[in-house]
Design a protein around this ligand. Structure first.
Ligand SMILES: Cc1cc2nc3c(=O)[nH]c(=O)nc-3n(C[C@H](O)[C@H](O)[C@H](O)COP(=O)(O)OP(=O)(O)OC[C@H]3O[C@@H](n4cnc5c(N)ncnc54)[C@H](O)[C@@H]3O)c2cc1C
Length: 401
């Protein structure tokens, strides 16, 4: 691009490139290889790493143009949204060459191995250990809550490499091959009957020495990069859906359906605010002043929260570092989900306790009620978000450590 890039110019150039290169008869893999090797799949990445060196906003320009034209983009999931950008920011050239292209073309799937039974909010208190043995790390410990670990090829793993150092300074960040003898993945059955996360037991699991991301004992900084990308991923999760015609688009849709099997309860987890107006009418609660009042409160809260998320997205696209909007948005989403579950319960009455075969909303309302608590936990609990806002934004005294 000769002149200074503007969103209009980037869109025009990308559209021209698509006219010349998109072929709906490609298989999904063939298309992604062309797309990734062109630099357009991650235009904001450096030119020697599959990008075009364009500003951060170019990612959004390309994504919205793809959606408009019904052309499949990158695979969704922890590989694309968490592992890849973290590896780009902190990984060695060897790791970047080994993993990035495979993630972008959808050849590998990834999970996040951070939380432990004794370390969630206090993640730096983790106790899984990595001990060096020649040119490998040997890993022992237990992880929990690991979404999609049951079908992942690799895990981004935090483990303690120095037990003497202060807790934040003795952690390293690794890429763990999941398909090996020392890794046992046990799915957990949730109270809403889904099984999307797992316990992962690591018994003498092996990681090549060079698959450490960042410096040894500097894993806390790398983990924070992943957590910042996780907030961004959370905000865009619901929007990423493949559309369009042709073989690649059909395969992308299949891939999306397969991927969403794990996450199909996530809309219920967010409270199904969208169902409130129709449920008011169906249940006769539209004529109940209290229900109407409650419904309007939830709908307004959700609208304000969507606007906050949109503001955060625009700021990020303009290249600003993530600010307090992440924590504000996370709390607002939890509040809206809880309030929505309450009004759904009020409108549906005792039938809200029935599952799909017995209830007029096909079990959706009972799933909302059983899934909403997860909204206040995943990606950092409500209390932790309040601590962040209190200490880092409002400047209140820090809680005792
Ligand atoms: C749907 C879902 C998917 C997840 N996916 C993954 C994944 O893929 N990979 C992964 O590694 N993890 C994952 N997690 C784990 C998640 O990050 C943790 O559950 C979360 O960080 C909370 O940790 P915890 O469960 O250990 O709770 P704890 O940290 O034990 O918290 C228990 C309670 O104490 C409160 N509390 C804790 N510390 C404080 C404090 N300082 N001040 C005030 N209150 C406090 C909490 O708010 C909470 O109410 C997932 C969780 C969910 C619900």
């Amino acid at each position: 691009m000769d002149s200074l890039p503007t969103p209009e110019l980037v869109r025009e150039q990308f559209s021209k490139w698509l006219d010349e290169n998109w072929n709906p008869d490609y298989s999904l893999r063939e298309w992604r290889e062309v797309f990734v090797d062109s630099g357009w799949s991650v235009p904001h990445w450096p030119t020697n790493r599959f990008g075009k060196g364009l500003p951060a906003w170019s990612e959004g320009v390309v994504a919205s143009h793809l959606r408009q034209r019904g052309v499949p983009g990158l695979p969704i999931g922890g590989g694309t949204f968490l592992a890849a950008p973290t590896i780009l920011d902190h990984g060695s050239a060897e790791i970047q060459e080994r993993f990035l292209r495979d993630i972008l073309i959808g050849a590998t799937t990834w999970c996040q191995l951070f939380s432990e039974p004794g370390a969630g909010s206090d993640l730096a208190g983790l106790s899984t250990k990595a001990v060096r043995d020649g040119d490998e790390w040997v890993i022992n410990g237990q992880k929990v809550w690991n979404t999609s670990a049951h079908h992942a090829d690799y895990g981004i793993l935090l483990a303690r490499t120095d037990t003497e150092a202060p807790k934040h300074s003795g952690i390293s960040y690794f890429i763990l091959p999941m398909k090996q003898e020392g890794v046992l993945v046990r799915p957990l059955l949730q109270m809403n009957h889904h099984q999307s996360f797992n316990e992962v037991f690591l018994t003498d699991a092996r990681v090549p020495l060079s698959w450490t991301v960042g410096d040894v004992n500097a894993g806390w900084t790398v983990a924070n990069t992943t957590l910042a990308y996780e907030r961004k991923f959370g905000a865009t999760f619901g929007e990423i859906r493949q559309r369009g015609n042709g073989r690649a688009a059909a395969e992308a849709h299949e891939e999306w359906l397969h991927y969403m099997e794990t996450y199909k309860w996530y809309p219920q987890r967010a409270g199904r605010v969208d169902l409130i107006p129709s449920r008011l009418a169906e249940t006769g609660h539209a004529s109940n002043a209290i229900s109407r009042d409650e419904a309007l409160k939830v709908l307004s809260l959700q609208r304000v929260s969507a606007l906050t998320a949109e503001r955060a997205r625009v700021l990020r696209e303009l290249g600003h570092a993530p600010g307090p909007e992440g924590s504000v948005g996370k709390l607002a989403t939890s509040n809206a989900a809880r309030a929505a579950a309450q009004i759904h319960a009020r409108m549906t009455g005792a039938a809200a306790m029935l599952d799909s075969s017995e209830e007029s909303t096909d079990g959706v309302i009972s799933e909302v009620i059983l899934s909403v608590p997860a909204q206040s936990i995943a990606g950092g609990t409500d209390e932790v978000q309040r601590n962040i806002l209190g200490e880092r934004i409002l400047g209140l005294p820090r809680e005792p450590r």
